[in-house]
Design a protein around this ligand. Structure first.
Ligand code: SF4
Length: 158
């Protein structure tokens, strides 16, 4: 495997920052836990579906819990991306937290956005139902643009 084939400069920078933040045990009095798995079940009527997710970092002080998602982006345009906001809102629901931080690493700067509206269970169920009825991944062409296999993939969306 060649590292240059797996990472581009912006994703490598994101990965390195990710690894650096994970080495902290505490930030400003918050206990730091990284790569936290979460799981909840939702009832779709005809079946029960497990929703799983992995938070990059959870900061915890007493009862307060903050979910941190770290993303790399090619530039500032369009930040914060809607799908990143929705992912973090879903994580707030999954982990029972009221606040999240979307932390971006771009070639120019670091920036962060606060997210404080968890998705409710009805919205999660609607999204799951939509996902089941839609065609398989990837749902959007931009997903293929970021994919390291796109040069060889026969299913790349244009
Ligand atoms: S390029 Fe191929 S493997 Fe990559 S996201 Fe698109 S369909 Fe999936």
């Amino acid at each position: 495997m060649a590292i240059a084939e797996v990472y581009n400069p912006s994703t490598l920078m994101g990965e390195l920052i990710h690894m650096g933040l994970e080495t902290f045990n505490e930030i400003e009095g918050y206990k730091v836990t990284s790569e936290v798995e979460g799981e909840k079940e939702v009832n779709l009527g005809e079946k029960v579906v497990k929703i799983k997710g992995r938070a990059d970092i959870i900061l915890q002080k007493d009862e307060e819990k903050i979910i941190v998602e770290i993303k790399s982006a090619r530039g500032d345009k369009g930040l914060p991306h809607r799908h990143h906001l929705m992912q973090l809102q879903a994580y707030l629901w999954l982990f029972g937290a009221k606040k999240g931080i979307l932390f971006y690493v771009t070639p120019e700067r670091f920036t962060e956005f606060t997210v404080d509206k968890p998705l409710d269970e009805a919205t999660i169920i609607k999204l799951v139902q939509e996902n089941i009825s839609l065609s398989p991944s990837p749902r959007f062409a931009w997903e293929c643009e970021y994919c390291v296999f796109s040069i060889v993939c026969p299913n790349k969306k244009k």
